[in-house]
Write a protein of this length. Structure first.
Lengths: 262, 296, 265, 296
């Protein structure tokens, strides 16, 4: 798994709100700058690539219940502005079918968008460095690097949210104290079954180390698989349509049934 | 056929002016980047107001290239294309309201998320008031008898239904020119007959001009008044009424194009017996012609 | 993840909830979701989940798909719970929250065709983003079908060889690459069609008319009731905590009743 | 036709055993999720070793459903399908090496970045040593005379060329059974003739069995030994040699299926003149029959 579908109700309110703020501004900017010219071409391109990400997520490539995300590949095809929009769209659709929470669309978008942006930047940089001669290998490396960095980003966010990450009610009303819980400190845990006095659980403390161990071990398998698959697809595409990965307009287009191109 | 071109502005849906030329393609050459050349040359291509013109030819002959030039999706490197007197690749916005289009991949042409919204797409983009849009959509759906599909989502329609929705979307603005790429593909026999009848009505009653590409050569006489035959490479080798075109089965075969079965039969008959009759293109005509030939 | 089964149920289904106006369902969804996110009482959350399950059963939605999708986020919640070494009750709350939140979204999506869910969102987003959102959903089905066909062809050509995971993965990757080329070509063709059909402003989705005003009101009220229950136990926890069994029992009763009625009818 | 089924193991490319039944479809019913029902019932469908069997019928009649059942892509909810004596939906891996398939949309079947790699796809998946793969590919490309395409990118080929590459990919394993969905679609007359000749050779010389679906009813007599006609809904209404089948133009018309033009012509001739000859199904036969009729 290359990124976590963070569910609803797990992260502290401040983190959820802050990520919505960042995401909405980024999407707004991307909508503005990405849509300044040639919208007619960009709407279908965005639709096609975002849909391709969803299709790849909903199909098993390796018969071990692992699904690809094609984030880096899509980042390379879309460039930075459109990547942000595609990340947002993909997460809206995912949230509505239960993959990742609705309230955390903001945070999940930031995670995927950073994967796409990093992948795009790393691929472009490395590919130029190797003079477009090793595109497939470069894509694989860029993918693994991008995924490793964003996983670290996720661990960082979880560490940042600290114990509040599990004291979900940060900022919520604490009925016993008669006040609202502090936004940045541990929240209220009212999980007691029937009697608040007897069945109190201690405030859970998130172990960043434990969390990191888990995502790095599970994740690294995913990075490598995704890296191989991205490399294979980029290799395939750069043989069939070299222009596509170089970010030029595709010079080859099928016209109707004629198999000719222009 | 006159040389008059249709005045660019102020069209008034009066379709009585005889045979204006709505579309003209004069010797357009198109070189694709991979080296393929399409030369829409040889004979000039014209479509007159109210006529139903079929473009025939094998796969790869340049039928789609021709349509794409007429629709301004390609711009001629050489030669000239005129639609309603304008160059479509430059002035498409000026003429697009008067043209309805259905290309081959109907799936991909349904842009909006519901059938109603899809048929309403063009009028809304052109700023037609919503109340009027509803009337126009109802009319277009009615023409194709698919009112019951209005609320459906395009992706779970059948292939034939999708084609009808795409057609409704092309007809909604009541275009003067319809451009259809393989319009009968994927339709079951009954829908096919219905569509042929509808197109015939539109051309006869409203003077709609139609340009249709097809490789279904046998049924051309049923739905076209005029036919052009492209040979591979785009060369226009034959033009005329279906009867005129199919009388030349020899030219078609030489150009690696399969003529209709009856045309081939009559050509073969004439080869074996110089007295054999002229090509007949429908079964009753053929029976009559053969009967006469026998008793002669 | 199976978006097509969600869509099939939404567009071809005909339950009472299918006929409720989309806006009413959206409001009810937002209310229920807000309640779930605010709540931290395991029994109250269970009550909401059971009540939603009763709706799913009563409307004859495809049970396996709905509950299968709803269970998925429990996996990730469990990961968080494990990392936090949460006690059993906290872990249960984390997982129930994730599952119940997903269930609210799925109840909406299984009964409402996507254009009506996305349209209100599309209207407030920049036009590029909103139109691309609608276009994504349209394209999804075209590409899914394409991938399925390409994979089928690969299978017929011995692409997916049993017990040969590397070769199978290679074939699957080629299928994905082919689908990607198609996606690219498709977007170019869509561009042509948009030019031909005069695309200049945003896409437009017309909302259907309301079938039954009272059904709409009832749906919003149900969403409001779920929200109020969650909020009440949150605000007045010291008083109400010991009574949390009441909503849970009520919801259980509702679910049992619905199952019995469905069996009988 | 015997009831013997082909032994599942140890086939030895000896094709002299007369008329073994390679494929048998017995009254399969299929209910699609959207409520469409296809009932492949009525007459039993069988294909004997070395025979070329055409499945005819209009769009939506269930031709593809039938092929998908034979290929194990669908599993029968009722009825039975047997291919080489196995149930394909369950035991596909046992029989897949003996079956070559080209489905309708060739675009979707070309997977590799070059024509060579694409044709080499199946043998490589089966782990055939590379030197042998090269020989097999060369042989398959040679059969279709497309050696010169080996280094090309399949996605940039013309429709006809793509179809030939897909066929080479299906023939590379030297299958005993070929399943072809609309094999002549998109081919120009010359390639079409070449393909018909190739298929005839494969069936006559190597005893390859062929099942081909097509809506190109006119040319069935040229490429099939046996034909089945499906009416909408999947009902098998006619079976027999092309001559037997097309003699029943009445049944075909009743089932909303258009008979071949020549069959229709001769039926009409006989209606107007009881002395008119029996139906001839190819142009040369028709010319001969008509000439005789005239001089009689």
């Amino acid at each position: 798994m290359t990124h976590l579908h963070i569910p609803d109700g797990v992260l502290p309110l401040w983190l959820v709100l802050a990520s919505w703020l960042v995401t909405l501004s980024a999407v707004g900017l991307a909508g503005h700058f990405g849509g300044r010219r040639d919208v007619r071409r960009k709407v279908p391109l965005l639709g096609a690539i975002a849909a391709l990400m969803l299709v790849s997520m909903s199909s098993e490539v390796v018969p071990i219940a692992y699904h690809v995300n094609l984030t880096v590949l899509s980042g390379v095809l879309l460039g930075p502005w459109l990547s942000i929009i595609a990340a947002f769209i993909v997460n809206v659709v995912l949230a509505l079918v239960g993959h990742g929470g609705v309230t955390v669309i903001g945070l999940n978008t930031l995670m995927i968008a950073s994967e796409m942006l990093l992948g795009w930047a790393l691929f472009k940089g490395l590919d130029a460095l190797f003079r477009h001669r090793r595109s497939a290998a470069v894509a694989g490396v860029a993918t693994v690097l991008a995924l490793a960095i964003t996983t670290t980003l996720l661990v960082g966010i979880v560490a940042l949210s600290g114990s509040a990450a599990t004291g979900r009610e940060s900022g919520a009303f604490d009925p016993r104290a008669g006040r609202f819980g502090a936004l940045l400190s541990g929240g209220v845990v009212g999980n007691s079954l029937l009697n608040p006095e007897t069945a109190e659980e201690p405030l859970p403390q998130l172990s960043v180390r434990r969390f990191a161990t888990m995502v790095y071990t599970l994740g690294s398998i995913g990075w490598v698989l995704e890296g191989f698959i991205t490399a294979a697809i980029i290799g395939f595409v750069s043989r069939v349509r070299p222009g596509m990965v170089r970010g030029r307009r595709p010079e080859v287009r099928l016209v109707g049934d004629e198999g000719v191109s222009h | 056929m006159t040389d008059r071109t249709y005045p660019a502005a102020g069209h008034d849906h009066a379709h009585t002016e005889g045979c204006e030329t709505v579309v003209r393609v004069s010797c357009v050459r198109h070189a694709y980047e991979d080296g393929t050349n399409v030369d829409l040359c040889g004979l000039e291509f014209t479509a007159d107001r109210g006529s139903r013109v079929a473009i025939l030819g094998p796969n790869g002959a340049g039928k789609s290239t021709m349509l794409f030039h007429i629709l301004g999706l390609l711009s001629p490197q050489e030669g000239e294309v005129r639609v309603f007197g304008e160059a479509p690749s430059r002035d498409w916005p000026k003429i697009r309201r008067r043209i309805g289009v259905v290309l081959q991949n109907v799936d991909e042409q349904l842009l909006a998320p519901t059938v109603f919204d899809d048929v309403a797409f063009s009028p809304r983009q052109y700023g037609v008031p919503e109340a009027e849009v509803r009337e126009m959509v109802a009319r277009a759906l009615g023409l194709l008898s698919i009112e019951q599909l209005a609320a459906r989502v395009p992706h779970n329609l059948s292939g034939g239904e999708k084609r009808k929705v795409a057609l409704a979307g092309a007809l909604v603005m009541e275009p003067e020119l319809l451009v259809l790429d393989e319009p009968f593909e994927g339709l079951d026999p009954k829908s096919r007959e219905g569509l042929i009848a509808l197109l015939g009505r539109l051309s006869a009653e409203r003077g709609v001009t139609m340009i249709m590409s097809t490789h279904d050569i046998d049924s051309v006489p049923e739905f076209a008044d005029y036919a052009y035959v492209l040979a591979p490479g785009g060369h226009i080798v034959l033009k005329g009424t279906p009867a005129e075109v199919f009388a030349r089965a020899d030219i078609m075969l030489a150009g690696n194009i399969r003529p209709p079965v009856l045309a081939e039969l009559f050509a073969a008959l004439r080869a074996s017996d110089p007295d054999a009759p002229e090509t007949a293109l429908t079964i009753p005509e053929a029976v009559a012609a053969l009967g006469e030939w026998r008793s002669s | 993840m199976d978006i097509s089964s969600v869509d099939t149920s939404a567009t071809l289904g005909s339950s009472a909830l299918h006929r409720v106006h989309p806006v009413a369902k959206l409001i009810a969804f937002v209310l229920a979701l807000a309640g779930v996110v605010a709540s931290s009482n395991v029994l109250v959350l269970a009550a909401v989940a059971l009540a939603l399950a009763a709706v799913v059963v009563a409307m004859r939605l495809p049970l396996r798909q709905v509950f299968g999708l709803a269970a998925y986020p429990a996996l990730f919640a469990a990961l968080f719970a494990f990392a936090a070494s949460a006690g059993p009750i906290t872990a249960a709350v984390l997982m129930l929250k994730a599952v119940t939140a997903a269930l609210t979204a799925l109840t909406l999506m299984f009964t409402t065709p996507y254009p009506y869910v996305f349209a209100p969102l599309q209207r407030v987003l920049p036009s590029l983003v909103g139109d691309a959102l609608l276009m994504t959903y349209r394209s999804f089905f075209l590409l899914l079908e394409k991938l399925q066909r390409v994979t089928r062809a690969a299978r017929l050509r011995a692409g997916l060889v049993g017990r040969q995971p590397i070769r199978s993965a290679r074939a699957a990757t080629l299928a994905l690459g082919t689908t990607m080329l198609y996606a690219f070509d498709m977007s170019e063709r869509t561009y042509d069609v948009m030019t031909l059909r005069g695309y200049e402003q945003r896409l437009h989705v017309s909302m259907p008319a309301s079938v039954s005003r009272s059904a709409d009101v009832l749906t919003v009220a149900a969403g409001g009731a779920l929200f109020a229950t969650c909020l009440a136990w949150q605000l007045a926890a010291p008083v109400l905590v010991s009574l949390a069994w009441i909503p849970a029992a009520a919801a259980t009763g509702l679910l049992v009743a619905v199952i019995i009625v469905r069996r009988l009818s």
